[in-house]
Design a binder for this molecule. Structure first.
Ligand SMILES: Nc1ncnc2c1ncn2[C@@H]1O[C@H](COP(=O)(O)OP(=O)(O)OP(=O)(O)O)[C@@H](O)[C@H]1O
Ligand SMILES: CC(C)(CO)[C@@H](O)C(=O)NCCC(=O)O
Ligand SMILES: [K+]
Length: 259
């Protein structure tokens, strides 16, 4: 079995792949202080709760936070007796290398999303991921990540509004009843919800104009389903896209990497 680890700036997700399906998915906040032993206590407690006795043979990690990789490597070594593949490191092969400006450290999550989306849909794609940042990844005809857009994430924008303005409370993201808010919370929710619907539509439209070939738009990340209720923004929504991409990259390395 393969343990897939997707470490974002806000949350870290573990998912167990048995070769056919994901047996379970576990989520914790990203904290670089967390040790290998702490990860394992959390992991083994929850897989026990799910009634699973996983036999982890391989581990693959995508981390947008470089500092956490050390302890995740120790976890793989100490508890699963394996050397993990770390996306973005030279010894982790990608099915198709990215084509970007020299020296650009593309976020591993974006490389993984691109590989996962290409495997399912072929090329000419825009992948929109609603994480800590809202990212747009452009996947070319041959599956290469060729660039995109990074915008502030939805929760981050709401948090910034709350932090910077004394009279603005903390609010959750939701689709408001109407555009014209008649109280503070409704006004903020409308600004965020319709603001992001507009942001996604505008950016995808401009990418499509610039790219000059028909493109499919894939939505992923926790908030994608919510935004899909606002307008027709996506051709499909795939909440497991990052995890799927990790299985794709792992399989590619099994076939093509050193044994
Ligand atoms: N209605 C909602 N309001 C606020 N947050 C929501 C809502 N629905 C889902 N979420 C949040 O979305 C998050 C899942 O999103 P995802 O895993 O894609 O990104 P993230 O964990 O926020 O960011 P990163 O991957 O960069 O760490 C969860 O933390 C969940 O709390
Ligand atoms: C943009 C984020 C934070 C989204 O998770 C991540 O992909 C990242 O840190 N990227 C590095 C810069 C880049 O992708 O060009
Ligand atoms: K993510």
């Amino acid at each position: 079995m393969l343990l897939c680890i997707d470490c974002g700036n806000t949350n870290t997700v573990f998912s167990i792949w048995d070769g056919t399906r994901f047996l379970c998915t576990l989520r914790t906040s990203t904290e670089h202080q967390r040790t290998a032993d702490q990860y394992f206590v959390w992991f083994s407690t929850l897989v026990g709760h799910h009634g699973i006795r996983p036999e982890i043979e391989d581990v693959i990690i995508s981390s947008t936070v470089p500092r956490v990789v050390f302890n995740l490597r120790v976890l793989a070594d100490r508890y699963f007796n394996t050397r993990p593949l770390v996306v973005g490191r030279p010894d982790c092969l990608l099915p198709v290398p990215p084509r970007v400006d020299p020296g650009t450290g593309v976020g591993p999550d974006r490389l993984v999303n691109s590989a996962g989306a290409f495997e399912r849909h072929g090329g000419n794609l825009i992948v929109v991921d609603f994480g800590t940042a809202t990212t747009f990844d452009v996947v070319a005809q041959d599956g290469a990540y060729v660039g995109g857009v990074i915008a502030p994430g939805v929760n981050l924008s709401l948090e910034a509004l709350h932090m910077a303005a004394a009279a603005l409370p903390h609010v959750d993201v939701t689709k408001p009843q109407s555009v014209i808010g008649t109280n503070t919370v409704a006004c903020m929710q409308s600004g965020i919800f319709w603001g992001y619907v507009g942001l996604v539509r505008e950016i995808c439209g401009r990418i499509r104009d610039e790219y000059d070939q028909p493109m499919k738009i894939i939505g992923t990340g926790g908030l994608a389903p919510l935004f899909a209720t606002g307008d027709v923004l996506f051709d499909t929504i795939e909440e497991d896209l990052t995890m799927h991409g990790l299985t794709v990259i792992h399989a590619y390395n099994k076939e093509n990497g050193p044994t």
